[in-house]
Design a protein around this ligand. Sequence first.
Ligand SMILES: [Zn+2]
Length: 128
Amino acid sequence: MNTNKKIAACASSEQLTKQEIKDIEKSLLKMRAEVQDRIKTKKESEMPEAEVGDDADLASQSLDKEVLFELNDNAQALLEQIESALRRIAKGIYGTCEYCRCNIPKKRIQALPFARYCVNCQSSNENK
Ligand SMILES: [Zn+2]
């Protein structure tokens, strides 16, 4: 019986440095503020008693509303992903695959800061 199943991709992955994690955290916090702002703006634009400006304002408001409406679902999902990435940073488990505990390759985590799984686990999950 082989209980020590080794995953080849593990050994080759570099760990993120503290500075790199800090940089990612900073950009995540910035992103979170932007997304929260976006969601807040949308909620305010839905308020029936919102202040009404002149016609030009109205036109741009309704345009924004449409865009924001489309964005909202994504924004909410994005916010959750950002929160969860920040929680992982706080716990000190950021950058490791939640499934196999390997380090997620730097390139992947920098391109996709919310990545929770390494490429191997991600693709095997998707194939299921
Ligand atoms: Zn993995």
